[in-house]
Design a protein. Structure first.
Ligand code: TXA
Ligand code: MG
Length: 301
């Protein structure tokens, strides 16, 4: 694939929005680092982010929205979260809050978790893309797995050139550091990742914040899970792949993008089924299969 690098203009944003609405991912500057953005309501588009990054596992991704009202249509904001949002948005703060039941976010975005990381970015390019697409945009940092976060279009090109269609170039990012992440999911606020905003200092006046905090970052089914199953044993809900059909299939055609996109939905479905156990057909270790297998092994552990 040819990767175009275009300056941040109205025409470039229109082209980026067109690509995102057909399910591609596009690199876009934010005030922190360059992000690799895709439509957060489109599971296959989000799976392609992982494919481009060559990430060996799925992490929950930050979803970018144009304003607090849009954020509140996706997540539930308790008072302390609202205070932080009103004080620091738009800006380099991500809030992890409970996901609303009626939010139309693909489950691969939250990696199956009941919480979601939300951010209202200040950068005009990301803001313009949010408005032009009218979609919430999932965006991890635009680097390949294992390399450092990109603060210039050249960094993105070096890391993801040939794997994404477009990079919006607006020079060096202002902050050069990923956003501060705070979890507001009941109880004291928790600082999950320090960043440009010193939330602790800002918040010491009123509320409580614990640092550094930890939040479960893996969804695990409640039922035992068996890997590399070629057929279902008694009491097993079989998640198929390719030739192995099962009760539901990750991808009947053996397509790894489709499999990644449906993984968390099927794990939830298996967990909610009448069967006491879950089995999963073998998934090849190639390409996105490595990330799928990593997540399945964690779920089985
Ligand atoms: O500045 C930034 O935050 C950049 C720009 C592009 O916005 N994005 C970024 O994304 O750094 P990423 O994917 O590289 O880091 C996201 C972090 C991960 O460490 C992930 O574990 C955490 O956010 N995260 C996201 N949702 C979460 C959730 N529901 N619970 C716990 N952690 C979450
Ligand atoms: Mg990153």
């Amino acid at each position: 694939m040819e990767t175009r690098v275009l300056p941040f203009t109205d025409e470039t944003v229109a082209e980026a929005a067109r690509l995102i609405l057909v399910g591609e991912s596009v690199a876009v500057p934010t005030e922190t680092v360059y992000g690799l953005a895709a439509d957060a309501t489109n599971a296959e588009a989000v799976a392609r982010i992982y494919k481009a990054k060559g990430r060996p596992g799925f992490n929950p991704l930050i979803v970018h929205v144009p304003d607090l009202v849009a954020a509140q249509s996706i997540g539930q904001f308790e008072d302390s979260a609202l205070t932080l949002a009103e004080r620091h948005w738009p800006g380099p703060l991500t809030l992890v809050v409970p996901l609303r039941d009626d939010a139309r976010i693909a489950s691969i975005v939250t990696a199956g978790l009941p919480t979601i990381g939300l951010r209202v970015p200040a950068h005009p390019a990301m803001q313009a893309l949010l408005i032009a697409t009218g979609r919430p945009l999932a965006a991890p940092s635009a680097n390949s797995s294992g390399s450092i976060s990109p603060t210039r279009a050249e960094h993105v090109m070096k890391s993801l050139g040939g794997r994404i269609p477009l990079i919006i170039d607006d020079g060096a990012t202002e902050r050069g550091l990923e956003s501060t992440i705070v979890a507001a999911t009941g109880g004291p606020l928790r600082l999950l990742r320090p960043g440009p905003i010193d939330v602790k200092a800002a918040f010491d006046a009123g509320g409580r914040i614990e640092a550094p905090g930890q939040l479960a970052s893996h969804y695990a089914p409640t039922k035992p899970l068996r890997l590399n199953a070629s057929s279902a044993a008694a009491e097993e809900f079989l998640i198929g792949f390719g030739d192995i059909g099962g009760d539901a299939s990750l991808s009947p055609s053996g397509n790894l993008v489709e499999a990644a996109a449906s993984l968390f939905d099927l794990l939830h479905q298996a967990d909610a089924s009448g069967k006491r156990r879950i089995a999963v057909a073998p998934v090849p270790e190639t390409d996105l299969g490595a990330a799928i297998n990593d997540r399945l092994r964690r779920a089985a552990a």
